[in-house]
Design a protein around this ligand. Structure first.
Ligand SMILES: [Zn+2]
Ligand SMILES: [Zn+2]
Length: 321
């Protein structure tokens, strides 16, 4: 194969990869949801997509150095398990815990504001739910970056020096609960049905994998609809002006409307991480935000210094720049 032909083939694959994984995951979810054991089969589909993305990362990485181990793989998986499910199969459970909650709650919950448009086609109901849930996700995520108290929990997610499919679920349990509460509560209150929760869970699961994957994909116009790897790499940048942007988890609608969308015409950042220090061990990472000393380490301050009387809002600038 000539070099020119190889370049065309590479460019074509890099345009098709993101939609192929996303649509492939959703088609798998469709069959899983129609099966007698929807959550089990959804887990199978999810793990299959994780494995395929993991393989593709080896073949078409965005950043080659991110293929090297960083000593955090165990912690990434352990946080995924605890944070999103607490059962055995790391990434799969990470995706389906919200679905489990919806399955249980849906059977006895009576919505106080039954405004949900049950007569709409399911596709439109899911779109509506994604937009509503995204506002909660956006708010939780933005607060986590702009409020120092909440940042100490979210910093764990940003403390990695590389992005790859396995650190998709690396969230502190408190961070996850905060995010799930804000995004799902409005849907419960207005009476969204279980099927809608399942589909929002599926979309969130696959987009989550794809935002963190280390794949050299070209997402073009998709960057104006979905949270793509390109946009999310900016979000993980060490530079505050780049990092405090692109808060959308699935959709970028609220970033576009509220002025936090960031997508300059240059390759997105590979200099990611935080200037504070997150502990090394899994249990130490869990407990670190709860002590004054641990919080000062996360915020990049001298852990032996006296606690600040009042934390200035600008302090975060020093922390993450
Ligand atoms: Zn963040
Ligand atoms: Zn992230």
């Amino acid at each position: 194969m000539t070099a020119g032909l190889r370049a065309i083939l590479y460019a074509t694959i890099s345009c098709l990869l993101w939609p192929a994984f996303f649509v492939g995951g959703l088609v798998g979810a469709y069959f899983a949801f129609r099966s007698p054991a929807p959550l089990l089969w959804f887990n199978v589909v999810y793990l299959t997509i994780v494995a395929l993305i993991g393989l593709a990362e080896r073949l078409m990485p965005y950043e080659k150095s991110w293929l090297s181990a960083d000593g955090e793989t165990f912690n990434d998986i352990a946080h995924t398990l605890l944070s999103k499910g607490g059962v055995q199969v790391a990434a799969a459970i990470g995706a389906t815990a919200p679905m489990g909650v919806a399955t249980l709650a849906g059977s006895f919950w009576i919505a106080p504001f039954p405004l949900w448009p049950h007569d709409w086609p399911l596709f439109l109901q899911v779109m509506l739910a994604l937009v509503i849930a995204e506002l909660g996700l956006y708010a939780a995520h933005r607060v986590a970056h702009e409020n120092l108290f909440v940042w100490r929990f979210h910093a764990l997610h940003h403390s990695v020096g590389r992005l790859w499919v396995v650190n998709t679920g690396r969230f502190h349990i408190v961070d996850s609960i905060f995010k799930i509460a804000l995004s799902q509560a409005p849907l419960y209150l207005i009476g969204a049905p279980l099927a809608v929760f399942l589909w929002v869970g599926a979309v969130t699961a696959f987009i989550g994998l794809l935002t963190h994957c280390n794949l050299d994909v070209r997402t073009g116009v998709l960057d104006y609809v979905f949270s793509t790897p390109r946009l999310h790499r900016w979000h993980h940048s060490r530079v505050l002006a780049e990092g405090n942007t692109n808060y959308g988890e699935n959709l970028v609608l609220w970033d576009l409307l509220l002025g936090t969308y960031f997508n300059p015409p240059r390759p997105s950042s590979t200099d990611i991480g935080i200037s504070g220090r997150v502990s090394n061990g899994f249990l130490a990472q869990l407990s670190q935000p709860f002590s004054a000393r641990g919080a000062r380490q996360i915020l990049g301050r001298n852990p032996n210094a006296a606690p600040a009387v009042a934390e200035a809002p600008q302090a975060r600038k020093a922390v993450n720049s």
